[in-house]
Design a protein around this ligand. Structure first.
Ligand SMILES: [Fe+2]
Ligand SMILES: [Fe+2]
Length: 162
């Protein structure tokens, strides 16, 4: 339902947006797609190396949500007549679980700042895409809280998990 409506809106937008505006919108969406995909890969990798199984599970759930965000963005790009890029990425490993969570928390913070920035522009260019990014932003804020909670419960001095 949500996507059908977005797609309808997408084709209308395609006709009404000036070429350079559409290019700008597509490059913004592709940038966000790359970030979401990389984040999902990073969290999956870090989850495998988590010391505690319950942390592994929580981080894996967040990784799945990041992947879902990437899929939403890809659908929007396609609806606007664009194509998402291929991504190859080698995530940075932390020295131990605490260090990995610290890297992941930095990632969430950066992502939230970035989305808030993009929303200022998007509200003027395309309110429908802005709505999608707000949905993503809400979940990023939850991720930031979950990762902060795990970080507080972790031991910075713990041995390397693998
Ligand atoms: Fe995300
Ligand atoms: Fe996130």
């Amino acid at each position: 339902m949500f996507w059908t409506a977005l797609k309808r809106r997408g084709s209308r937008l395609l006709q009404s947006l000036p070429h350079d505006r559409r290019k700008e919108l597509l490059s913004l969406l592709c940038r966000e797609y790359i970030e979401e995909t990389k984040t999902s890969m990073q969290y999956r990798r870090h989850a495998q190396r988590m010391r505690y199984p319950q942390f592994r599970e929580r981080l894996l759930r967040i990784a799945e949500e990041e992947q879902k965000h990437a899929q939403w963005l890809e659908k929007r790009v396609t609806a606007l007549g664009g194509e998402v890029p291929r991504i190859s990425f080698a995530p940075e490993d932390g020295w131990n679980s605490w260090e990995q969570l610290r890297l992941d928390l930095d990632e969430e913070k950066r992502c939230i700042w970035d989305l808030e920035d993009q929303l200022i522009i998007l509200d003027q260019i395309d309110p429908e895409t802005a709505k999608l990014l707000r949905r993503i932003l809400e979940e990023e804020i939850n991720h930031r809280e979950t990762i902060t909670d795990m970080l507080i419960r972790s031991d910075p001095q713990a041995e390397r998990p693998v």
